[in-house]
Structure formats: structure tokens, C-alpha cells
Design a binder for this molecule. Structure first.
Ligand SMILES: [Zn+2]
Length: 444
């Protein structure tokens, strides 16, 4: 049996015109006239549609097809006219305001068949949620005065679809076909010309994966100031692939390597977190206590100023420690300010960690000469030493965390930051084994 797919706008094949039975479906007539005029164009489109539909209807769905279901009257008429029953198909998209029933009923003459197909589909799909542009594929037996709906296929996301297929007793049976998806690691590499984000998009890295990369490196890379043309991004993430080989979605981020001015940073997904190539956690929150053994002496909030006696807002934490104790940078960053403020901070240092976070350390006795303005400092690196300069009653560090210039309660800010965990001794060899192939791809 031949399966003939017509163009979406049909209405009728030429042999029906020959039979001379006009159908009471005038809506498509102007379009038909255009198609008669551009008959060769129509033929090309019909072939294209045929290809599309062929790719969407599985052989097993049509292979078992038999005409026994059809109302005998249709076949009697066809037989009387020496016409072989033919199965035709078409694909169309729902237009604005068009409900599925009307969309099918306007295209073929089988009102009761469309009714029962819709009734059957309603059990499987919320038809009211179908959106404008939703593709619909139907197959039907061409009749003379009427057609016989054979199947309705509604493709859904991820190559899944719902099919209503006419049964021998004339009813419609609905089945859902879920295409299995496989995850397949894919490597994408980009070079920065304007921005890292743009470089990622240009090579096809999905925006949600790029956002994740920004998040992973949020406390080790200043994306506004550390990224330059020529910097490189290499990413391995999972693509979801259906059984026909189509990429239908994005899976997990597996590994990323960001090279800024020749300095590579790597992150590997493992057990729900990200670690560098040595198994150290990549997510580093700022330190809550920037001095070892520091004792909290003043909290964030309203307090009585120990010197002036006035009530004031204290937008920081104070940690007391012996004079000369090293003060550490709370996170990876760049020293952006070292200064003297006689009436307030005394000797103080500001470190910028990323686009939005800065930390300030005040009342130092002296600075660390190895961390001048412009120096890149790592979390835990000494930037100065405990003192009591400026407005201070004793040796301590006044520690502020600023986000976009707003001074936050460090205790709350640190608690809200993503913090990584350390791999156990048992996990470490598993991790090294896990990243072996990924690392080889990122570091060819
Ligand atoms: Zn203070």
C-alpha cells in the first residue's frame, strides 16, 4: 500500500478533481489556486513534507495498518469508482486561536473520526496547553465525499510524541512514545574576543552551563577585569541525544578549563561538587576569620562606640589577636588599596575578590611588603599584621565584607556563600581516576 503525503495546505488530490466531487471545505481555495499556479513549487514542498513526516512516523506505527477499520461506505464508493484506497498524511502547525479539533476537522472530512481521536487524546495530553506553532501530523484515507482519519501524532519535547491510532473496531488507541535519550560528553573550546560569555555562546556552550562556570569561578576570577582577548575556555558537558542522534538537551557540566593570561584554572565535577585537578575544592567562600586564633570582640550591628561613647552602627566584625599576628586575605583576589586613615581605619587594606565582593582589614600595625597594591593574593595569604592604629582601643582587626559597595554582615555573607568540601583520603584516588580522561581532553 502506498503512503502518500500531501502538502499541508492540500485540500484534494487531482484524481478527486477528476471524479468531480467538490468538498464543502472552501477555506483553502485561494491557497489551492496559488498552488495550482506554482504546481512545481507545490511538488517540491510536498516532497519536503513527505521527508519530514517520514522521519516522524515510525514504521511499526503504519506497518500494521489495515483498512479493516474504515467505515465500509468509504470503500464501497472508492471501489465503485475503481479507486484504490490510499493513505495520505500531512503535517501542520496550530495557529493562533486554533484548537486541535478544528485544526484537523478543517483539513479532512471525518468529523466523527476527529471527535473520537480527540476524545482519546484528551486522556493523555492536556490539549488546552498545546501552543501556537505546535506541530500536528495526521494520516487519513482519502475518500471521495468523506475521509477516514487514521492517526493523529502530536510531537512533544525531546522527540517524544503522543499518537492516536485507529483500531479495527473504529476506536482510537493512544500511545506515548518516549524516545530514549543517551548522555554523551562533548568538548567545546572557545577563545575570548570580546567577552567570555560571548566566546562560550559562539562555540555553542548553552547559556545555563556558562552561568554555572561563572558561578564556579566566582571567587577566583574577576570576570570584569581578569578576562582578556585571547583567553581560552574549554568545557566538557553532557549532551542528551535521542535515538535518532538529535541533540535534545543539555546534561551535566563535567569539566572546565579557563586560561586567563596563560594561567589555567581547572574544575571537575565529582560527587556533587567541583574540584581542581589536585582534588581541592574550587568553591571557596571568603574566610569568616581573617586572623588565626582571632577572638570576636565586636559584632556587626548597633553598638556603643568604645571611644566616643556614642551609639553607632558597626558594619564589620572585630577580632582581637596579639600584636603582629598575620592578617590573611579572606579569599583569592587583588589588593586594590592600601592606605592610612588617622581618624578611623588606621592602616588598612582592601582586597577585591570578584565583580562584586571586596574585603577591608583595618587597624594594622604594618603591611606585608609582598602584597602591594595590584598584587594577586590567594586565600590565606598574609596581607598585613595585627595592630591598633586609627580609632582603636587595642590590637584587633576590623573586618568588612562589601558587596557592590554595601557593607554586609560577614557572618551572614560567608554563611550564604557556596563552600566546598574536602575529599577524603578514600575519595582522592577515585577522583584522580575519574578525571583522568577529562583532564586528557582539556590538556591535550
Ligand atoms: Zn571594627
Amino acid at each position: 500500500m502506498a503512503i502518500n503525503f500531501t502538502s499541508p495546505t492540500r485540500k484534494k488530490n487531482s484524481y478527486l478533481t477528476f471524479v468531480g466531487k467538490a468538498k464543502n471545505k472552501n477555506a483553502k481555495k485561494p491557497l489551492m489556486a496559488i498552488f495550482m499556479t506554482f504546481i512545481s513549487l507545490a511538488a517540491i514542498i510536498a516532497v519536503a513534507v513527505n521527508l519530514i513526516i517520514s522521519s516522524l512516523i515510525l514504521p511499526e506505527e503504519l506497518g500494521a495498518y489495515s483498512f479493516t477499520f474504515a467505515p465500509p461506505a468509504v470503500f464501497e464508493i472508492l471501489e465503485q469508482n475503481n479507486i484504490q484506497p490510499r493513505l495520505s498524511g500531512m503535517e501542520f502547525n496550530l495557529t493562533s486561536g486554533e484548537v486541535l479539533f478544528n485544526a484537523i476537522n478543517n483539513r479532512i472530512d471525518d468529523r466523527s473520526g476527529v471527535n473520537s481521536a480527540i476524545a482519546a487524546l484528551q486522556g493523555a495530553v492536556n490539549l488546552r496547553l498545546l501552543q501556537v506553532g505546535q506541530p500536528v501530523i495526521i494520516s487519513y484515507v482519502d475518500g471521495i465525499s468523506s475521509d477516514t482519519l487514521h492517526s493523529v501524532i502530536i510531537p512533544l519535547r525531546n522527540s517524544n510524541r503522543v499518537t492516536a491510532l485507529r483500531q479495527p473496531d473504529g476506536s482510537f488507541k493512544v500511545s506515548e512514545t518516549v524516545n530514549l535519550t543517551l548522555t554523551q560528553p562533548t568538548l567545546k573550546q572557545g577563545v575570548v574576543r570580546t567577552s567570555l560569555y560571548q566566546a562560550g555562546l559562539e562555540v555553542g556552550i548553552p547559556a545555563n552551563r556558562l552561568a554555572q562556570i561563572f558561578d564556579i569561578f566566582a571567587f577566583s576570577v574577576d570576570f570584569q577585569r581578569d578576562i582578556f582577548a585571547g583567553d581560552e575556555l574549554a568545557v566538557i558537558y553532557e549532551e542528551l541525544v535521542d535515538t535518532r542522534g538529535n541533540v535534545v538537551g543539555t546534561g551535566n557540566l563535567l569539566a572546565v578549563k579557563l586560561t586567563t593570561r596563560g594561567q589555567p584554572r581547572q574544575a571537575y565535577s565529582f560527587d556533587g561538587d567541583f574540584f581542581d585537578e589536585n582534588g581541592e575544592s574550587i568553591r571557596r567562600a571568603l574566610l569568616l576569620t581573617p586572623v588565626q586564633g582571632g577572638r570576636l570582640t565586636s559584632s556587626f550591628g548597633t553598638r556603643r562606640n568604645p571611644i566616643s561613647g556614642f551609639t553607632e552602627h558597626h558594619p564589620a566584625l572585630d577580632f582581637a589577636a596579639p600584636m603582629g599576628t598575620p592578617i590573611m586575605s579572606a579569599g583569592d583576589g587583588v589588593v586594590v588599596h592600601r592606605g592610612w586613615d588617622a581618624r578611623g581605619y588606621g592602616n588598612y587594606v582592601v582586597v577585591r575578590h570578584n565583580n562584586s565582593y571586596e574585603t577591608l582589614y583595618a587597624h594594622m600595625s604594618r603591611f606585608n611588603n609582598l602584597a602591594p597594591v595590584g598584587a594577586r593574593v590567594a586565600q590565606g595569604q598574609t596581607i598585613g599584621y595585627i595592630g591598633s592604629t586609627g580609632q582603636s582601643t587595642g590590637p584587633h582587626v576590623h573586618y568588612e565584607i562589601r558587596r557592590n559597595g554595601v557593607r554586609l554582615n560577614p557572618a551572614v555573607a560567608v554563611a550564604n556563600m557556596p563552600s566546598g568540601r574536602s575529599l577524603t583520603a578514600g575519595e582522592r584516588p577515585v577522583f584522580i581516576e575519574h578525571i583522568h580522561d577529562l583532564a586528557a581532553q582539556l590538556n591535550p
